[in-house]
Design a binder for this molecule. Structure first.
Ligand code: TXA
Ligand code: MG
Length: 350
């Protein structure tokens, strides 16, 4: 398949309705699959009311069919066609954070393609905070089902180049709107229960949510890797680079000793670090700087590009710094834990 590629500058091409998007929107309305930018990661969109179109997403990504998709909307009126009710707490959160990186799991309505929800009675819905995504949804006149636009198992794409590398030749088109901003996916929150449950930590933090509606819970699976997650997608391994990745817990001296030790074993060592510590790992063969530790948002923004970059390097092992479990750090550590398969190297104290 010939994949079309449109460059849409969100700063310049900023008319009422982005004329360059018309072709992409028409393809979506015709049941084709098109990748587009959101503020979190690139999505791979299809008409959420068309089972055949949605099936093409699963085929292009190689996504397991039991993993439901998020339906993307551009205005709240569309909710009426997708969900059967919106509980009060969800309404308040939507008013606060939409458009934005938070996805609500709600009771579904008939009419949404059954492939979208993977047979569940609930549907996930989000209004992205990106002018191109909103314009594309608006112009297609459809709710748009969209997972992240990567081959299943790989890190989500934060640039159109990442999408191209994964899916060129397998989808109808790619809308290139430049790099995304947030860098990790939306927070998924189940609002079908009295006390909402965070199924996936993401762009809107637990602290921000609790400030608005009071206490929410974390899905048990987020705290204990042996518990089955409520969100089907969370059980799959994800984001892992080709070389084994270890999260290092300990002093900087311990970290450097590890590098020396691994090199002595004949391994080529890469390090995932931050701007502050860049100069610290001179012994490593490759150093990837991922944002600034004192601004965790920048780590989130750059994380998937960093993880993807390791696959272009001649290395045998990756050692990563770890990040505090607070704010966006929770989403960062959730992705790093997955990328590493929960492998850790921890300093023994005593
Ligand atoms: O930021 C994002 O959310 C991006 C952009 C493109 O919007 N999308 C994204 O989609 O990350 P995806 O498919 O990669 O992840 C969706 C997650 C999966 O873990 C899936 O299992 C979960 O949402 N999910 C979808 N529908 C659900 C439902 N009805 N109940 C529970 N979890 C659901
Ligand atoms: Mg994904």
């Amino acid at each position: 398949m010939n994949t079309k590629y449109w460059i849409v500058d969100k700063g310049v091409d900023n008319g009422d309705n982005y004329p360059h998007l018309a072709e992409a929107a028409n393809l979506l309305a015709d049941g084709e699959v098109v990748a587009f930018p959101t503020e979190t990661v690139y999505g791979l969109g299809a008409d959420a009311t068309n089972d055949e179109a949605v099936e093409k997403i699963f085929t292009a990504k190689g996504r397991p069919s039991d993993n439901p998709l998020i339906v993307h909307i551009s205005n709240k009126e569309q909710l009426d066609y997708i969900v059967s009710s919106v509980p009060e707490k969800a309404k308040v959160l939507m008013n606060t954070f939409w458009p934005g990186p938070i996805t609500f799991v709600l009771p579904k309505k008939e009419g949404i393609a059954s492939k979208v929800t993977a047979g569940l009675e609930t549907v996930a819905v989000r209004m992205p905070n990106h002018p191109i995504a909103l314009a594309l949804i608006e112009q297609s006149k459809k709710p748009i089902a969209a997972p992240s636009a990567n081959v299943s198992g790989r890190p989500s794409p934060t640039t159109a180049k990442h999408v191209y590398d994964d899916l060129n030749g397998r989808i109808a088109g790619i809308v290139d709107g430049g790099p995304t901003g947030v860098g990790v996916e939306s927070t998924v929150i189940d609002c079908t229960v009295e006390v909402p449950v965070i199924l996936r930590p993401g762009g809107v933090t637990k602290e921000e949510i609790e400030e608005i509606i009071g206490q929410v819970e974390d899905d048990k699976a987020l705290l204990d890797e042996k518990v089955a997650p409520k969100s089907p997608g969370m059980k799959y391994t994800h984001y892992a680079p080709n070389a084994p990745l270890y999260i290092v817990e300990g002093s900087p001296t311990f970290f450097r000793q590890l590098i020396v030790e691994k090199k002595r074993e004949g391994l080529r060592v890469a390090v995932l670090t931050t701007k502050e510590n860049e100069g610290f790992y001179k012994e490593a063969d490759e150093i990837v700087v991922c944002g600034q530790r004192n601004q965790l948002e920048t780590v989130a923004t750059n994380l998937y590009d960093a993880l993807r970059s390791f696959n272009k390097m001649d290395i045998d092992i990756i050692l990563s710094e770890h990040f505090p479990y607070e704010g966006i750090g929770i989403a960062i550590m959730n992705r790093l834990n997955k990328a590493s398969g929960h492998k850790r190297l921890t300093e023994k104290r005593g």
